[in-house]
Design a protein around this ligand. Structure first.
Ligand code: ADP
Length: 505
């Protein structure tokens, strides 16, 4: 198949969250299965040309929307296919097409700055999506399927299916679109004028299409106009059909229940590998765990924590957003810290959460370490140096850090939601022995339940070091690499591509 992966961020070029990790791994894994895969994304100012080494392939892409005419350009770079263990032929590299428009994308942030979204985000991503469609024609490379991701790329199916010029173009008309939801709480909601500015028919401003509570909702349009919808875990694909987790989209999603599936994200086993990770003080593996103790010492030193403390070291790496469960964590932390356990947090986000954690670190010098920045190397060091990883999320579409934690022998303590529910199995004596148990799970979104699960983990860590090692090894033995998930995507994509389109038999 020819597959175009449309995304607003991708590792190793730019990253603000999990989507970038997925975009940097899934297309490469699909390429290693033998498919012809390309990625299209904006050429942000933050992308380092020395790393990307882009070449201009379409120097003039004229995008003429009612909001104005812009002359954009397309640049090409390449990512190697993932190391293929089973492929007989050398897989092709993944082409990465970067859409350049300095005024739109050469800004300090990807989606906003200083905690505020850019006011012209609808137009920024509107131009991006239209340019991506032009690019397909300009390159004369017609994918069988475009995989769009979240609201930033939702305008691709909307433009493809609602503009006459695209609907009547036989080469565009046969392209199937799969829309992947990474987080339904971010929907790209804009004023009704947006439709006119983007050249979209006014009839789309209706509840069956893109209207939602007086706004134009790009996510909703993506859900309505794509051939298939996926979410990043099975549990999340069920949760978003309920009022608690659907953020208003539950009705649309329930209507689409027959063309909605959930596929758990994988992890890049080369980037996240304690055996070879260059960020670690010492590498280690399930067979030779010694290096993990060195990583813990290095982490304690980095944050000025007492190296003689007996308790476990608990870690968090996260966007500091309400979704991640910081309100219940704030209530549970006093009891957790009273056990003598150490705690390290790396994150950025909501100013209120920044204040809280700054204050916590000041109050518990030597026991709590906080770094309020985005720091990839430190994220790897925390995964390696911590004994446990906390994810008390209210909702978590997939979550990657619990998967990284498993690989690094860091035992996750999580709430049973979304991808956390699909990947972490609570400690039971039987599960420990069979290899199934790999962490601690609580169900109710309540501080008391988080506290109970964490205290249970701390007790187990202290009382049963052998059992703890077994729990660590259970997680380390599991395979959450993309190889498996990419095959599930492949099968689904093949089924979607072979579906007859509108008006076909
Ligand atoms: P989300 O996409 O909701 O932010 P995920 O768990 O799916 O959550 O992915 C988050 C990714 O971003 C992980 O790879 C995590 O390690 C990384 N990350 C989050 N915050 C930071 C930070 N402050 N510094 C470095 N990496 C971070």
């Amino acid at each position: 198949m020819k597959i175009l992966y449309a995304t607003s961020e991708m590792v190793p070029y730019v990253k603000t969250g999990g989507l970038a990790d997925v975009a940097g791994a899934l297309p490469r894994a699909l390429a290693s299965l033998g498919h012809d895969v390309a990625v299209v994304m904006p050429y942000y100012g933050a992308i380092d040309p020395a790393m990307v080494e882009p070449e201009p392939v379409l120097p003039e892409v004229v995008v003429d929307l009612p909001a104005g005419l812009r002359v954009m350009s397309v640049w090409k770079s390449e990512l190697p296919a993932a190391t293929a263990h089973h492929s007989k032929t050398e897989p092709k590299p993944v082409s990465v097409y970067l859409i350049r428009d300095k005024g739109l994308f050469d800004r300090p942030g990807l989606y906003g700055a200083e905690g505020k979204d850019y006011p012209d985000n609808a137009l920024r991503f509107g131009y991006f999506c239209q340019a991506a469609i032009w690019m397909i024609k300009g390159l004369n490379w017609h994918p069988d399927l475009i995989n769009c991701n979240d609201w930033q790329t939702a305008l691709i199916p909307i433009f493809l299916r609602t503009l006459d010029a695209n609907r009547t173009d036989p080469l565009l008309e046969r392209i199937r679109v799969m829309f992947t939801i990474h987080n339904i709480s971010y929907q790209g909601s804009f004023s009704p004028h947006t439709l006119g500015q983007l050249g979209l028919p006014e009839v789309l401003y209706n509840p069956e299409a893109m209207e939602y509570f007086g706004q134009v909702n790009l996510m909703k349009g993506g859900l309505v106009f794509s051939d298939w919808v996926t979410a990043v875990s099975r549990q999340y694909s069920r949760e978003i059909q309920t009022p608690e987790f659907g953020f208003g989209m539950q009705g649309v999603l329930r209507k689409r229940a027959d063309s909605l599936s959930g596929i758990l994200n994988g992890i890049d086993p080369e980037i996240w590998n304690p055996k070879t990770d260059p960020a670690l003080a010492e590498n280690y593996s399930a067979k030779k765990l010694k290096g993990k103790a060195t990583c813990k010492k290095a982490l304690q030193k980095r944050f000025g924590l007492d190296p003689k403390a007996k308790g476990p070291l608990l870690g968090i790496i996260s966007r500091l957003a309400d979704q991640k469960g910081f309100d219940i964590l704030a209530h549970a932390l006093p009891e957790i810290l009273a056990t003598g356990a150490q705690f390290v947090l790396l994150g950025t986000g909501h100013p209120g959460h920044h204040k809280f954690f700054e204050h916590l670190a000041e109050k518990h010098v030597g026991q709590v370490g906080v770094e309020l920045s985005f720091n990839d190397a430190l994220a790897h060091q925390i995964e390696a140096g911590a004994d446990m990883f906390l994810m008390p999320s209210h909702f978590e579409p997939c979550g990657l850090n619990q998967l990284y934690s498993l690989r690094y022998g860091t035992v996750p303590v999580v709430r049973r939601t979304g991808g956390l529910a699909d990947s972490i199995k609570n400690l039971t004596p039987k599960g420990l022995a069979s290899g199934r148990s790999n962490g601690f799970v609580f169900t109710k979104y309540h501080a008391r339940d988080l506290e109970k699960a964490t205290l249970k983990a701390i007790r187990f860590y202290r009382k049963d070091p052998k059992g703890w090692q077994r729990l660590m090894r259970n997680g380390m033995a599991q395979d959450f690499s993309w190889e498996h998930s990419a095959k599930v995507y492949e099968k689904l994509m093949e089924a979607i591509v072979s579906q007859p389109g509108e008006g076909e038999d």
